[in-house]
Design a protein around this ligand. Structure first.
Ligand code: 3EB
Length: 328
């Protein structure tokens, strides 16, 4: 099976099957999309689709509000959860409960379909930096997410999936994910403390993700680079300087590429060939960040830009990426 990843206005393909897709912005009303993420595309607005295509046909299903597509080797699932359906109590805020439930449902789909390995999670929550009654909402999300991993006896330290967590302006909690039969190889960044080992000044529970994951499939290998920002060790660096933050982020991505090439059976990953999503806190930074990327790569980046809040208030930019290598 061959896996392809595209982004653009409409990435449908005659000869390939859609394993999964997500629309950033407002989708065409005539198009059914598994995940819709309410985020502004930069610089011009509109929408952008990301689409995972497969040479193998897909089966589909729905379980507990999670819609999913799968081939023999890979599953793509998506859900959205309304936080206002939850009643905060002394133990947990509504967002913490919604986050835990989202992951319980994700794990239910994995059990139901026997796709036992979680590879990559995309998390979108409204008001990520907002104080939710004494605790920042991102930190509440981290509690719910980690609780669900522990309750389901899933690896929440080494072996956690690659992930990103970004803030939207409004709407529901949106989560989409990929799972596989084969166990992905987790990759950490030697320049950074593993996120699952962050000290508790970043919140009562650490975020549950690996810096990247490497998945072998028949005929190809996929590298999922998690949301990556200007963090060295566990500290945010270059406060207030979006250019320096972008350069530091790119050094972190280079370090992950180097680790991936060491761990890969195929090798040959390069930053130039990555498909990137770039999240900017301030839309006004788009042109500058694009020029830093172009300068660093020495070519036109394969990237698109979105306005989003990043999970630490001082971070101005975050980049995630996908690399695909054919085995032949
Ligand atoms: C960081 O390195 C920046 O909570 O799933 C990046 C990727 C970040 C994933 C997550 C958070 C997450 O800590 C933030």
């Amino acid at each position: 099976m061959l896996l392809q990843y595209r982004h653009g206005q409409d990435a449908k393909h005659d000869a390939l099957h859609v394993l999964g897709d997500a629309c950033y912005g407002t989708p065409h009303t005539h198009q059914t999309t598994l995940a819709v993420v309410p985020m502004a595309c930069l610089p011009a607005g509109g929408h952008e689709y990301t689409t995972w295509l497969s040479t193998a046909p897909c089966e589909t299903g729905v379980l507990e509000g999670v819609a999913y597509h799968y081939t023999e080797h890979l599953l793509f699932g998506a859900m959205s959860i309304a936080e206002h359906d939850f009643v905060p109590n002394a133990q947990a805020s509504a967002l913490q409960q919604a986050s835990a439930l989202a992951y319980q449902r994700l794990f239910a789909v994995m059990r139901h379909t026997s796709f036992n390995q979680l590879v990559r999670c995309w998390n979108y929550l409204p008001g990520i930096n907002v104080d939710g009654g004494g605790l920042e909402r991102y930190r509440q999300f981290n509690i719910g997410r980690q609780d669900a991993f522990i309750a389901a006896r899933r690896d929440h330290l080494e072996g956690a999936p690659a992930a990103c967590a970004l803030g939207t302006g409004e709407g529901d909690l949106v989560l989409y994910f990929m799972a596989a039969h084969a166990r992905p190889r987790p990759i950490e960044n030697p320049r950074q403390v593993s996120a699952y080992r962050y000290p508790d000044r970043y919140g009562p529970r650490s975020p549950t993700f690996s810096r990247a994951s490497l998945l072998e499939l028949p005929g190809c290998e996929a590298l999922f680079i998690s949301g990556t920002a200007s963090i060295v060790g566990h500290e945010s660096v270059h406060l207030g300087d979006v250019k320096a933050q972008t350069e530091e982020t790119l050094r972190n991505i280079e370090a992950l590429i180097a680790q991936a090439n060491l761990k890969s059976h195929v090798g040959g990953y390069s930053t130039q060939a990555l498909e990137m999503k770039v999240f900017l806190r301030d839309p006004a930074d788009q042109a500058l960040v694009a020029s830093v990327l172009r300068q660093h790569l020495g070519c036109e980046p394969r990237a698109f830009y979105l306005q989003a809040d990043i999970c630490r208030v001082e971070l101005l930019v975050e980049i995630e990426a996908v690399g695909l290598r054919s085995k032949t």
